[in-house]
Design a protein around this ligand. Sequence first.
Ligand code: AVJ
Ligand code: FE
Length: 436
Amino acid sequence: GSPTDPDTLRARALDALTTARERTALLTTCVDEPDLTAQHSPLMSPLVWDLAHIGNQEELWLLRAVAGRDAMRPEIDGLYDAFEHPRAERPSLPLLPPDEARRYASEVRGRALDVLESTAFRGTPLTEAGFAFGMIAQHEQQHDETMLITHQLRKGPAALTAPDPAPAPPFTGPAEVLVPGGPFTMGTSAEPWALDNERPAHERLVPSFYLDTTPVTNAAYQAFIEDGGYGDERWWTAEGWDHIRSHSIEAPLYWRREQGQWLRRRFGVTEPVPPNEPVLHVCWYEADAYARWAGRRLPTEAEWEKAARHDPVTGRSTRYPWGDADPTPEHANLGQRHLRPAPAGSYPAGASPLGVRQLIGDVWEWTSSDLEPYPGFTAFPYKEYSEVFFGPEHKVLRGGSFAVDPVACRGTFRNWDYPIRRQIFSGFRTARSGAS
Ligand code: AVJ
Ligand code: FE
């Protein structure tokens, strides 16, 4: 059917919701009950909070907002409101125990599928093209990534396993690519499930710049460490320098040095740091300092998106670096298919027209930009998704990681976090300005 006929939209929404729930089930059944209610880190919620929060958001948007139903359990709304209780205090709340949280989420889902069955996919902004269903599938996948972050923080033997990505020799293509100056279309007004902060499409003038062909590797990052990068104030912003000194940060999170060798802990396993892989678990301050040490800088968000979407032949902005087709396993490392990034230079089929690799998947990429609204932004459907986060305290990350599902990843997708965050699946690539 056509991409807008009701049967196609219904099938797509059902598939997105089902895929998300299978992943949620995996992440919440691979550990014992005490592990679901434990606080593995004050940075994160107990897994059982995410589980019931997923159900609660689905109830709020698909049952109450779309279908006009009454609250199933109005007394729990406050517990699962992310703005009422910071993560660190969530373990001490009277949360639904694991079996009840599971039952609640699955009851909500049963009713949401009835709502989906009878939706006309038009008439209201929430149901147009199935937006609310797409938003809720993305929300669940975002919390699945959050839960994967909690799994990585969790001590003890591995609870999750996945096959490794294909090995690859060191990338021998050009280290950087020239993106010619000129306007391009940033953001989207066409992508039906794009979230409010990705809208609307608008023109941006981006002067010429050079961008790394691949994300910065562990080997390159180690050279920064060996060169004394963490001890040299010249490379750091004042806040960054304060932060790494006061927290004794000397390497990416999960790294430790033993007998001259760098090891890392990854989902319960300690292993040598693979030189060929994009660096992971660095904060914005570390990415920014590395770039300065390398005589370069982080790309702006607009530069990143132009490299990822602008087709210099047609002048159009595509949905992904490789064009408009949905991602497949040949294009990008997404969806927790692997529990690590793929070697730098992987996925030639996912390259941009200019040859930039791995813009989508593998590691979230820090940009130099603060999270700001696009011209013409309107909060939809709620201010707490994006609007309350606009401003200089959040930096934008782009492109998604191996932990991001395709439904929550595209060339326009914007993520953000504090510049001190390192437990997220964050890496980066560097840029430099072109000749003017
Ligand atoms: C957009 C990834 C920063 O996980 O905090 C989840 C997404 N918003 N529930 C987050 C989100 C509400 C958000 N990020
Ligand atoms: Fe949420």
